[in-house]
Each structure stands twice: as structure tokens, then as C-alpha cells.
Write a protein of this length. Structure first.
Ligand code: GLN
Ligand code: ZN
Length: 755
């Protein structure tokens, strides 16, 4: 019989119960025992869903109090020594101290889990890192599942992925130096799991899909051979990319099963199956764990028949990866129309999809016929629906020419015209867009959404904010102003709500990190802009000042990256459609007299594929999308862009190819380090390396910013240099914002006086 399972299930709860319990605990409103109870209830509920759907195992080990990597470290006793924890007696307060820090201890660093929007806590590797055993949470949770009568599969992050994702802090030359310490720890864990009667353990090694050198590849052979004795059956799981380059290695490993992501990389199946080891289980990840679309069950089943014929009962079925990355349940989406709703599947629905396929393969097609019929209908409706397919957009897209994605003249000519038009001083000062999103703003928006504030009243409240922001900037004597973005709840949602083809959920929360969840919109159809989105705000703001007012837009790649996207056309096509909509907005802004337009692309780098060989294909279309959105303007209209990070030396030619007249970037936290790489291939256009960190309420001194500016001047010509903060100011309060900007303007003025 074909087995159905999942690599993991979202832990937050359909109503974000875990988030609210965590936050109450942090505030001191509930005790550790109450928080633990919430966790235990959620686990029981999620296992119940898995069993009820008809999975053969429930997954244990995917729950975490903050993050799964942190939990793994707790299990191994490998949390950073600097916290001074008692490894065997960790309290939940300890977990949260490691995750969030306090005045005595800085928090562990956080970074994105592969190419997802989930953030994990980065293990800290030092000479005295040990894996001598920590808390027993995994064994306790297994006992909980067993006592509820579930067949439990344990899940663990694999030793090599764990080592790889950590950072060497001190005393080690290579992360693999820790291998001799971590392998015995995993041996002990596996032996204990076996003692506890666990038949299968899923060990996640997603790094297998990355570019790995021989040292890491050899370590796989060594480690998994060492782990082969005294253990439950091992299902090694890979996801997010193809592992077909590793076929020989994987076939040689002494494991009982292998999971493949056949949504991201369906083509790998053929290579891996070519000489599939006798008796090995293949867990086929066929249901998309990274997106929210209902699966095309019939076509999946057709493909699976052949695999089933080859592998028989050794074929298992699963989502492509853990369902952590999708919302919990569609059942509460009461505001989406019936047709669109029929196209979607969240985690709970995806369990049913896996089971429907399993039933069909096991000869019970009649039992799940209704699911197949419903899926067929949804697929057919998606293929034809006028909500999705807009011939006007498609025609426009097909007609894009090189001219459309190229400014009329090169930067060297444009900048002269722009200087003439704007007459800015040397080292012009500006900001990134948003100003403090105060309680007043949030309240006005909430009241408006509730219907207790009329449209005109809301408009006036936002205009009052804009007046305030403009007035303050004039007082500060900033050179290029912004309107402050008070009308925007979120930089993607704001635009998505005004574009055809974008859908929103009421409850589609996905964990981003710790208690923080995001609710990404979903792009279901050809993107189309029915009317101007920002023009009236920018126009209004420009009327308040004689200084240039920057128009402010979110770029196509960021719109794409922070949404669930269509799976019925390439990402690049969707990006170009968004770019067309933005292009019209840019043209309208220009027509309305806005002379500078900033198109933010904070997620540009995030879109990079996991394998380096795929980078240039991505970068080519990402750059093209940006240029399509921006290259519509006259030479004397100045295009700005913004990115919230500074590591782009490896993609600098593409950043330059975007050909924005001005780019503002994050550099203050890295002490202008990025500029080090600028030597031979300096960024050719204007650049504003952030001179202060907006992530902290601390007001930077004039001298600090002067020092950073001097550093920038050693690499960049004075004429190309702008002065601005690192990022938008929406999370800051007014007093610190004013104080910081005052110092920033002062730093620029002092510098001007010296040249
Ligand atoms: N213009 C946006 C702001 O200032 C940019 C935000 C971002 O870079 N994430 O808020
Ligand atoms: Zn930013």
C-alpha cells in the first residue's frame, strides 16, 4: 500500500494561537505552564488533522517554541555557551532569551531559511560547542503522540544541514570540524528514538540541493554510514531544488527512503529513478508545499502510475516540503468568491490532496472520485476564467520592445539634464520613503476599514499627515522630500489591493519568525492597473513644497517575491505584467509633474535561485522587469531605487544594469563595507549609501555619519554621492526621527563646506 505523510505542518494554529500565547507569555500575562498547554493542544489538533485526513503517520518534531533550528539546538544541548544555560533544564524563557536577547545578551542572529520567507536562528559554532545532550522535548512530544494513539514519524534537521546553516564565531577553521562531535550526538538521538518504538525518522538535509563542495559531499557518506546502525528507518528528505547532481551519492547512502521535491524540480525524478536502489522508499513530494494552489490531481495521478508500477509499495506520497510555508486552513476564508476559492488549497486541504492520490493509487479511486472531480473542475475553471486571462495584458506583454526597456539616453547625458532641472547641492539629502506610522495613522485606517470614518474623512486624515511630514522635512532643510507613505499599510498590499489579478485572504497567515506572521497576497490573474494608484497623493504632496517630491512605488520583483504567485505561468511573465502596471503609474506620475520616482526593490536579492547556475537567468528577467517599469520616463525625470541590504558585489553588474539614476542601499550596519568591492567596477550612477541604521531608536551623532561619508568618499566620486538613512522610518517615533535627520543634514552640510 502506498503511504501518505507530510514533512511537517504549520505550528502557529489556524487562528495564530501560538503567536498570541507566546506574546502573552512575554508580557507576563500567562505562565510557562499555560503556554506549554497551548503548544500541546496545537500539536494534538494538528496530528488529529493529519490522522483524520488519512495520513499513515503524523509528523512529530515539527513543532517549535520559536524556531525549529533553535529547538534542534536545544535537543542537542548546543545552544550558544554565552547564555550560560543549563542545557538539560531549559525553560521557555531560556528559548526566548536566545531568540530575542535582553540588555545583557544579544539575541542569536536570524536569517532566511533557504529561499523562503521563514527565518531561523543561526547556530553559533565555537571551539567549545558541544552536543552532549539537551532537553528531551522530542521524546516527550513523541510520547504525547503515542499516547494519543498516533503512528508517529519523528522529524529532525540533519546534522550536516545544521552545521552548514550555523556560523563560526570563534576557534574553528571549518564547520565540519564539529562533525566528530555532532555525529555521536545524532547516534544517541536515533538510538533513543528506536528505543521509544519509532519506526521511521525523517532527517531533513535540504542543503543537498545547494552547490556543495567535496568536503561537504564526503561528509554525507561518512555521517550517514556512521548513523546507519541502531536506528529507526531513515527517510532522508531534500527539498526546494533538484538533487539530481547527487544521484550517485544519494544512491550509495545507507538510508531506507529518500524524499524528493517534485514540484520545484520534477525533472530530477527520471534521473534518480534510473537505477533506484532495490527496496528503497521514494517519498514523492508532489503537492506544492510552497504555494496555495489546488493540485491538478488527475494529471499527477497519471504521472504517478508509472512510478507506482516501478516501485510498488515503496512509493510514498507527500507535499514537496514542510507545509510550514503555507497558511493553515481555507475553511475560514469567507471573503473570497466561490470561483477563486475553488482554486486554492492551504495546509489542511493539502493533506486531503495527498491522501486522495494515495487512495487512487491503492485502488480506491471510487472513494475519492468527488475530490478528483472537484479538482478537475477547478483546474478547468482556472484555465479559462476571465478573472485570470486578460487578452489586453497579454497582447501588451507580447509587444514589448528593447526600446521599452531602455532609457532614451545613457546616464551620463541624463544626469546633466537632471542636475539642471533640480539644481541640488552636492551630497543631496533625502529619505527612503516612510515616516513614523503613528498610532493616529493606524487608528484612522482601522476606523476607516470598520466603516466608522468616511472616505473623505480618511483622505483628510492622511493629507494632514502628509502636511506634517512635508513641513518637518522643510524645517530640517532636506533636499529631496517624500510624502511619508501614511496611506500604506504595507508596501505590497497597498498596491496589490489596487491591481486586478491580486487576491487577499482573511486568515492566510504564515510564520515569518517567532511570533511574527505575514499574510501574503496571492496573484491569480493577469495583472492590470485599472486606474492610478499613487498619483493623487504625490501630486498633493508636491503642491505643498517647491522642493522635489519623490513618487514612491514598490518594484515588480518585490511585488512578486512577497506574494504567493501563479504556477500556471513563469514568474518572469508575472513580473513583467506587474512591471507594465507600474510603468503606467510611472508615466502618470511624470505627467502629473513628479520629477523623481523611486521604485523600491528590497526583495531583489532575495529572489536569487538557490543554485548559482540559475542566477543569471533570474537576474536577466528581474532587471528587465525593473527597466520595463521605469524606462518610460524622459531623461530629466530621475528614477531612484532602494534595496535594504548591501551585499551585492556578486551581482553588481545587474544592479548597475537596472540603470536607476540613484540607488539607496543599506550600509551603515556594515560600516560601508560593501564599498570595498567597488574598486574595479564601481557603481556607475548616483548612490546613497545609508549613513544611519533606522532599525534602532538610537540617534546617531553627526561625527559618526561624517566618518561614514568620508569612507564612502574614498571610493565614490563626490558628484555621485547622496546622503540618506538606511531604510524607511515607519517603525521609528517622531522625536528620534527628527533628531537623527537633523544630525544627518548637519553632516551633509559640514561636508559640503569642506569641498
Ligand atoms: N519606501 C519604503 C519605506 O520607506 C521602503 C521600505 C523597504 O525598503 N522595505 O518604507
Ligand atoms: Zn529598505
Amino acid at each position: 500500500m502506498t503511504i501518505a505523510h507530510t514533512l511537517g505542518f504549520p505550528r502557529i494554529g489556524a487562528q495564530r494561537e501560538l503567536k498570541f500565547a507566546q506574546e502573552s507569555f512575554w508580557r507576563g500575562d500567562i505562565t510557562e505552564a499555560t503556554l506549554r498547554e497551548t503548544g500541546s493542544d496545537l500539536r494534538a489538533r494538528h496530528w488529529g488533522l493529519q490522522k483524520q485526513a488519512g495520513l499513515d503517520f503524523v509528523s512529530v518534531g515539527d513543532f517549535a517554541w520559536y524556531d525549529q533550528v533553535l529547538n534542534t539546538l536545544a535537543l542537542l544541548g548546543a545552544l550558544p555557551r554565552r547564555f550560560g544555560f543549563d542545557a538539560k533544564q531549559l525553560t521557555l524563557a531560556d528559548y526566548y532569551l536566545a531568540a530575542r536577547g535582553n540588555p545583557q545578551h544579544f539575541a542569536m542572529e536570524m536569517t532566511k531559511w533557504f529561499d523562503t520567507n521563514y527565518h531561523y536562528l543561526v547556530p553559533e559554532w565555537t571551539a567549545d560547542t558541544s552536543f552532549d545532550g539537551g532537553t528531551d522535548w522530542l521524546f516527550e512530544e513523541l510520547a504525547q503522540a503515542q499516547s494519543l494513539g498516533h503512528a508517529a514519524k519523528a522529524t529532525l534537521i540533519g546534522p550536516l544541514t545544521l552545521l552548514y546553516l550555523g556560523k563560526i564565531k570563534s576557534g574553528l577553521t571549518h564547520k565540519l570540524d564539529l562533525l566528530p562531535r555532532i555525529i555521536p550526538a545524532y547516534q544517541r538521538l536515533l538510538a533513543r528514538l528506536q528505543e521509544q518504538g519509532v519506526e521511521w525518522v525523517q532527517i531533513d538535509e535540504p542543503i543537498l540541493a545547494l552547490d556543495l563542495d567535496n568536503a561537504w559531499l564526503d561528509a554525507f557518506i561518512l555521517s550517514y554510514n556512521a548513523l546507519a546502525q541502531n536506528t529507526p528507518k531513515v527517510l532522508l528528505s531534500t527539498y526546494f531544488e533538484s538533487v539530481q547532481e547527487r544521484t550517485a551519492l544519494l544512491h550509495a547512502l545507507p538510508i531506507t527512503g529518500l524524499h524528493l521535491d517534485l514540484v520545484r524540480a520534477p525533472q530530477q525524478l527520471r534521473t534518480l529513478l534510473a537505477n533506484w536502489p532495490q527496496g528503497r522508499v521514494l517519498s514523492a513530494g508532489v503537492i506544492d508545499g510552497r504555494n496555495i494552489w489546488r493540485a491538478d490531481l488527475s494529471s499527477l495521478l497519471a504521472d504517478l502510475h508509472a512510478v507506482h508500477a516501478q516501485l510498488g509499495d515503496n512509493l510514498w506520497l507527500a507535499p514537496s516540503c514542510s507545509l510550514l510555508h503555507v497558511p493553515v486552513d481555507l475553511a475560514t476564508e469567507t471573503a473570497i468568491d466561490a470561483e477563486t476559492l475553488s482554486w486554492l488549497a492551504f495546509a489542511t486541504q493539502k493533506l486531503d490532496e495527498v491522501v486522495a492520490l494515495k487512495q487512487a493509487l491503492n485502488g480506491n479511486a471510487d472513494k475519492v472520485a468527488h475530490q478528483f472531480t472537484a479538482a478537475d473542475q477547478a483546474i478547468a475553471s482556472r484555465r479559462k476564467s476571465v478573472r485570470i486571462h486578460n487578452p489586453i495584458v497579454q497582447k501588451r506583454l507580447a509587444a514589448i520592445t528593447e526600446q521599452d526597456v531602455t532609457r532614451h539616453n545613457a546616464f551620463k547625458q541624463r544626469i546633466g539634464q537632471q542636475q539642471q532641472r533640480f539644481a541640488l547641492p552636492l551630497f543631496p539629502t533625502t529619505s527612503i520613503g516612510s515616516f513614523p506610522q503613528t498610532r493616529t495613522i493606524r487608528q484612522a485606517r482601522a476606523t476607516y476599514k470598520r466603516g466608522d470614518l468616511s472616505h473623505l474623512e480618511y483622505l483628510e486624515a492622511m493629507r494632514a499627515e502628509i502636511r506634517l511630514v512635508v513641513e518637518q522635512q522643510e524645517k530640517l532643510d532636506i533636499d529631496v522630500l517624500v510624502h511619508g507613505e501614511p496611506e500604506r499599510n504595507d508596501m505590497v498590499e497597498y498596491f496589490g489591493e489596487q491591481l486586478w489579478g491580486y487576491g487577499f485572504t482573511l486568515n492566510g497567515w504564515v510564520q515569518s519568525y517567532g511570533s511574527r506572521c505575514v499574510k501574503p497576497p496571492f496573484i491569480y490573474g493577469d495583472v492590470y492597473r485599472p486606474e492610478a494608484m499613487t498619483v493623487s497623493w504625490s501630486e498633493y504632496a508636491q503642491r505643498l513644497t517647491s522642493k522635489p517630491m519623490k513618487g514612491m512605488l514598490t518594484g515588480p520583483v518585490t511585488m512578486l517575491q512577497w506574494s504567493f504567485v501563479r504556477d500556471d505561468q513563469p514568474r518572469s511573465t508575472t513580473a513583467l505584467q506587474i512591471a507594465l502596471a507600474l510603468r503606467d503609474e510611472v508615466a502618470d506620475l511624470e505627467k502629473a509633474g513628479i520629477g523623481m520616482i523611486q521604485i523600491d526593490e528590497p526583495a531583489f536579492r532575495e529572489g536569487l535561485p538557490l543554485k548559482q547556475q540559475d542566477w543569471s537567468a533570474y537576474l536577466d528577467w528581474a532587471v528587465r522587469a525593473f527597466k520595463l517599469s521605469s524606462a518610460v520616463v524622459r531623461d530629466d525625470t530621475q528614477i531612484h531605487t532602494h534595496m535594504c541590504y548591501s551585499e551585492f558585489n556578486d551581482i553588481l553588474p545587474w544592479i548597475a544594469a537596472m540603470d536607476a539614476d540613484v540607488i539607496t542601499i543599506e550600509t551603515s550596519r556594515s560600516d560601508m563595507e560593501l564599498l570595498d568591492g567597488f574598486g574595479e567596477f564601481a557603481y556607475p550612477n548616483d548612490i546613497g549609501p545609508g549613513v544611519y541604521d533606522i532599525h534602532s531608536p538610537r540617534v546617531p551623532k553627526v561625527s559618526e555619519m561624517q566618518r561614514l561619508l568620508q569612507k564612502a568618499r574614498s571610493v565614490l566620486p563626490d558628484a555621485r554621492l547622496w546622503v540618506n538613512p538606511d531604510c524607511g522610518l515607519k517603525t521609528r517615533d517622531w522625536p528620534e526621527t527628527i533628531a537623527a535627520l537633523e544630525n544627518m543634514v548637519q553632516a551633509a552640510k559640514l561636508l559640503r563646506a569642506t569641498v
